[in-house]
Every structure is written in structure tokens, then in C-alpha cells.
Design a binder for this molecule. Structure first.
Ligand SMILES: NC(=O)c1ccc[n+]([C@@H]2O[C@H](COP(=O)([O-])OP(=O)(O)OC[C@H]3O[C@@H](n4cnc5c(N)ncnc54)[C@H](OP(=O)(O)O)[C@@H]3O)[C@@H](O)[C@H]2O)c1
Length: 251
């Protein structure tokens, strides 16, 4: 099966009221797909939808599994079966383990990990029935290995990469394509609050182009920018003593 943007008649993107989700929605809408965008901020979603006839706005918190199911049936009734979903909703709280904030840790797990699981629970049954579709979710290069101050975020993103590896063979056998998107630093509302240096920071438009072209090519891993991806993949293959020697400098 080859999913060119023309073949993706209907795309669902979560976390599309800003950042990567928003920019990816704009590109796909421009290419002629209908893009159903969801997040919690209906005002922001509606403002985006007002800029393109191919975008429709739907309020949905990814921690609310029932609402996600409602949204999937509403948008499929209105725009046809979802061919591609991009699960991009995410939350980031800098988290030092010496100042553990259980509430933020729980929120990170609920949005980043369980939000993807609940979104899948809503979208996957239809794809399985149709024996077609492409599912993708946005993890992060922070999921490759432990990085300072990212205990909760990194753990959820590592889990998402692991989950993608786990489900790919099973879903491929049902003719469903699986992709995991691993961005490095991208200038969005999420990173605007970061006080630390962000090497190889990308603009969201460029990151969204990478996402669309990677998904178009049906890549399993869509990762960028290549410099940060290579560095992190390399240090994650070192022995732990050397890995920690390098990582300690970042604390
Ligand atoms: N920017 C980066 O450097 C970077 C790097 C690696 C990975 N990522 C990942 O990329 C994804 C998109 O992040 P971004 O950089 O584009 O940041 P962003 O602009 O802050 O976007 C985050 C999106 O998630 C939505 N969201 C948050 N909590 C939600 C919830 N409970 N239910 C539904 N939607 C929710 C937000 O909308 P509402 O607040 O309206 O709900 C917003 O649309 C995230 O998964 C993030 O972890 C980003």
C-alpha cells in the first residue's frame, strides 16, 4: 500500500492547536487532504480551521477516551474514514528527581503515553475493520536514552518508541502502516519556555515538512534534525560508563 498525500483523503491530528500538529495540518490541507484537528483549545483550533477550507476543528482532551471515540465517529461520519492519524498531543515539564512533582509526572504520563493509547483505541478499530490505514505518533529523540531533567518526559517518549516497535509487525500484518516521529528541538510553545541551550533548533515549518515527507515515504522512524539524531544514537550505543561521563556534563 502506498499512502501518498492524495491517497490520504482524511487525516486526524491530535495536539494540532499549535506547533508541530498545526504546521503539519496546514501542509496536508494545502495538498488537498481533509484534516480534522483536535486539542483542548477550541478557539485556537477554530482560528486555524478558518484559514483553510480543508481543515475542521474538534475539541478533545486526549485524557478523555470517551470524547476521543465521539470525535472519531463524528469526523468519520463527516469526512470519511481516517486514512492517517498523527498523534501529536504532548506535554513537557522539566522534572528534576530531587524536586519530584508527582502531579506533573502523572500529567506527562496521562497526556504523552496514555493519550496516544486512548487515541489509538478510538481510531484503530475502524482501520482494522477496513484493513487499511497509517498510524503515527510523535515521540522524541529524548526517548533514545536518559537525559538530564527529563525523567517523566523522556520515560513517556521512550515508551512511545518502544510501543511503536512492538505494534509495527502486528499491525503490518493487518495492512496498517506504523510510524514514530522523533523530533529534536523545534521552536514551538513547548520549547519557548526552555532556558537551556537547544542545539540544532528547527523552525516548525521545516519540522512539519520533514514529518509529511517521512510519512509519505512510509518510514518507520521519522527523525530530525539528522545531526542531533546521529549524536544521540551514537552516545546511546556507548557503554554506560562512557555514556554517563558525557551526560554528566549536561547536568
Ligand atoms: N518542540 C519540540 O522541540 C519537540 C521535540 C520532540 C518532540 N516534541 C513533541 O511534539 C509534539 C507536539 O509538541 P509541540 O512542540 O508542537 O508543542 P505545542 O505547540 O505546545 O503543542 C502541544 C499540543 O498538544 C496539545 N495538548 C496538550 N495537552 C493536551 C491534552 N490533554 N489533550 C489534547 N491536546 C493536548 C496542545 O493543545 P491544547 O493545549 O489546546 O490542548 C497543543 O496543540 C508533542 O508530543 C511533543 O512532545 C516536540
Amino acid at each position: 500500500m502506498s499512502n501518498t498525500p492524495n491517497k490520504w483523503k482524511h487525516v486526524w491530528i491530535t495536539g494540532a492547536s499549535s506547533g508541530l500538529g498545526e504546521y503539519t495540518a496546514r501542509i496536508l490541507a494545502e495538498r488537498g487532504c481533509h484534516v480534522s484537528i483536535s486539542a483542548r483549545s477550541l478557539d485556537k483550533l477554530e482560528a486555524i480551521a478558518a484559514t483553510h477550507e480543508n481543515i475542521s476543528a474538534h475539541e478533545a482532551d486526549v485524557t478523555d477516551g470517551d470524547r476521543l471515540k465521539e470525535v472519531v465517529s463524528e469526523i468519520e461520519a463527516a469526512h470519511g474514514p481516517i486514512d492517517l492519524c498523527i498523534l501529536s498531543a504532548g506535554a513537557w515539564f522539566q522534572s528534576s528527581i530531587t524536586e519530584l512533582n508527582i502531579e506533573n509526572f502523572q500529567k506527562t504520563v496521562d497526556v504523552n503515553l496514555m493519550g496516544v493509547v486512548k487515541s489509538l483505541d478510538a481510531v484503530l478499530p475502524g482501520m482494522l475493520e477496513r484493513r487499511s490505514g497509517h498510524i503515527s505518533w510523535v515521540a522524541s529523540v529524548a526517548g533514545y536514552g536518559g537525559l538530564p531533567n527529563a525523567a517523566s518526559y523522556g520515560a513517556t517518549k521512550a515508551a512511545l518508541i518502544h510501543m511503536a516497535e512492538t505494534v509495527k509487525p502486528e499491525l503490518e500484518a493487518k495492512n496498517i502502516v506504523v510510524s514514530v516521529v522523533n523530533p529534536g528541538f523545534v521552536r514551538t510553545a513547548m520549547t519557548d519556555k526552555n532556558k537551556f541551550p537547544m542545539p540544532f533548533l528547527m523552525e516548525p515549518e521545516d519540522a512539519a515538512e520533514k514529518i509529511v515527507s517521512g510519512l509519505e515515504a512510509e518510514k518507520f522512524e521519522v527523525a530530525f534534525p539528522w545531526q542531533l539524531v546521529w549524536i544521540l544514537k551514537f552516545i546511546n550505543h556507548l557503554s554506560y560508563w562512557l555514556y554517563f561521563k558525557i551526560i554528566k556534563r549536561l547536568v
